[in-house]
Design a protein around this ligand. Sequence first.
Ligand code: AMP
Length: 382
Amino acid sequence: MSFKELKLHPALLENCKELGYETATPIQAKAIPVAISGKDLLGIAKTGSGKTASFVLPILNQLLKDYAGEPSRQPKVLVLTPTRELAMQVTDVFKSLSQNLTRSIKSMAVYGGVSINPQMKAMYGVDILIATPGRLLDLQQSKAVDLYKVETLVLDEADKMLNLGFQKEMEQILDLLPKRRQNMLFSATLSKELEGLNNIVLSNPIVIEIADQKGKEEEELINMSGYFVSDDRKGPLLRHIIRKQEMKQVLVFASSGVKADKVAGKLFKNGIDAASIHGKKSQSARSNALRDFKSGELRVLVATDLISRGIDIDNLPYVINYELPRSPKDFVHRVGRTGRADAEGMAISFVTREETHHFKVILKKMKRYVDMIDSETLDFKP
Ligand code: AMP
């Protein structure tokens, strides 16, 4: 479907063209008309499906129609994300689609891990606020922002936003919002958390599910392989694979921040350019590592599951599970970083003998089969 058929403002059509968006993706074709109608919406679509623009475009379209009003600290749109990186990524989409509009629309991201003062100052005149929950509450408590005028609430990666970790903060935020508002929830999977809190956040939502059909196509684009390997041989195996397969850009997942640092440090010592990214790193280190990795400057990024949510990396060719995640859902998010936007990707998992059963459970959930390679048969120096 063309964007023109979606009845978007001509300036937005121009910006889509500028970004190379020729036709609307399935989630955009379905979600944009619902969003424009003002109804609540639950969109089930994976990152990579174009889901961000499916809420960004109708939101900008609506703001262009509204009376701009005096600049204030009262955003009309609030987008909540579980990670700082996702908040920045969503803000980039808002900013690139807000170029040269008939009135200027200000979007900004606020998140923790960086100084709060510049965010307080920059808040003046904000139309669209993209936030992680903790920092948003801090700003609200310091009266830097007033959420009373929010007309549209978006929860990106909604299943994560509504799970236990964020529950208290989410309840506080929902209490600060006007009761009459439009709600849009987006999630890669329809999970229990969503079903439960659905009733609190959404009223009579239109449910749009793209995941199944798109998921299949995407899965076909992800080639999977696995190695049986003992813990002490994982490091040498990782280096062997990266060198042998001449991998230029590879995202490696580890189970903890400490482990991610260790793996990255060992690679670096062995002449393979690598950095780590996890919740204990400073925000500037996180941002720099992700920027360098996305641009192709950094060869290996070793991450915890923090990064597996929502992050869009153009044509990422390789994901390696240095350690398996506990939940199959995290596995899906991890391997979903590759094999996107019609480009093939490879997801490689390191499995210890003790984890054989766990890996089988994960694969069963994904309805996939993987031929395992025994790393003992490979010739590399431990
Ligand atoms: P998302 O699922 O929102 O993370 O988007 C994934 C990628 O698809 C981003 O790099 C977008 O720039 C791109 N994208 C979004 N919509 C379109 C479209 N209609 N045509 C082409 N690319 C798009």
